[in-house]
Design a protein around this ligand. Sequence first.
Ligand SMILES: *Cc1c(COP(=O)(O)O)cnc(C)c1O
Length: 363
Amino acid sequence: MIKLCIPEIGLDEINAIKEVLESGMLVQGEKVFEFEKKIEKYLNVKNAIAVSSGTAALHLSLMALGVKSEDEVIVPDFTFPATANVVESVGANCKFVDINLESFCIDVDKIEEKITNKTKVIMPVQEFGQSSDMDKIVELAKKYNLKIIEDAACALGTEYKGKKVGTIGDLGCFSLHPRKAITTGEGGIIVTNDDKLAEKVRILRNHGISYENGKAEFVSAGLNYRMTDIQGAMALIQIGKLEKINEKRKELAEYYNEVLKKIKSIKIPKEECYGKHVWQTYHILVQSDIDRNKLINDLRENGIEANFGAYAVHNQHYYKNKYQIDGLENSVYAYEKGIALPLYAKLDKSEIKYIGDTLEKLL
Ligand SMILES: *Cc1c(COP(=O)(O)O)cnc(C)c1O
C-alpha cells in the first residue's frame, strides 16, 4: 500500500529523545525553549510559543484575545473542524465563509457580508499549505477593528508575497501532528510579534501562572497546554529538516501535476496563488459526475491510500444542528469531490506515475 503520509523520522530523533529520557527532565524545559528560538529565527517573528497541539495553539490564541460568549469569529467553511471547534469551545459563534476553489482558502470577497458588530476575529486557514489572500484580510481587519488569527496548521514555511504565513495576522498557529510536514507526535506553535499577547499566551499555557518576584501567582484561569521536552528534542531535529522536506514535497507535487494534467475529469491544484506553497496535502478535485467515495475505495484496492482532504464544517453533525445553514457551494464541492493523494518526502516518482496510471484507468 502506498501510504497517504509517512513522517520523516530517523535515528537522530530517536537519539535526541533517548537523551531527554535519560536526563529525567521530561516536561517543558531547555529543549522546548531552544526550539522556540529556532522558530522565531526561521519565521522572523518576535515570539514563538510551543504548545501541545495545533488545536491548543488556536484555543489559546482565542483566549489571549479575550474572545468570549456571543462574540463572532469568521472562519472558512472548508477546513479540519478544529478551526471551528475552538471558537465554539470559548462560547463564541462561527460565521462560515465559502472558499475559493483555486487556493482552497477563504473567499476574501465573501468576508465583509458576514461581519457584524459582534465580530471580533477573522481566522483564515492556510489550507493544505497554500496561503489565503492576506492583503484583503488585513485590510478588512483594519476597517472593522478585528483581530486576525492565522490557522497555519498545515503551512510551516508557506509564504504570502515573500512573507512567512503565521506572522501576518496578530497571532499564527501551527501544528506538529504526524500529517504535517514535520512532527512531534502531537504538538503546536503560536507565533506573534505582539509581546503582550505572547506573555498572555505563555501564562495561559501554564495554568495561568505568572512569576512575581520568583513567586507563582495564578493570575488567570489557564490550562496545561505545555509541550514536553521529549517533543522539544524531537522538534529541534525536525525543524532542521523542514526546508529539505518542503522542497522535496514541492518537486513531487509538481510532478503529480505533470502526470495528472492530461486526465480531463481531474482538476489539478494550482502550484502557487500568492507565494510559496508547501504542499502539506496534494489535493485534486474530480468532475461532479464522478463518485468520489467509490474512487477512493478503488484506489485502495489498487494499493493506493487516498482520502478526502477536509470537511465542509457547516455540514458536520454539531454545526448542522446548531446553525442550519445552506449554500457555501465551493466548500461542499471540495468536500464531496476532493481527494488527497499520497505525498511525503520519501515518495518515489515511479509511485506517482503508478498513481497517475491507476487514476487514468479508473476514470
Ligand atoms: C491539523 C490541523 C489542525 C489541528 O492541529 P492538531 O495539531 O491536530 O491539533 C487545525 N487546523 C487545520 C487547518 C489543520 O490542518
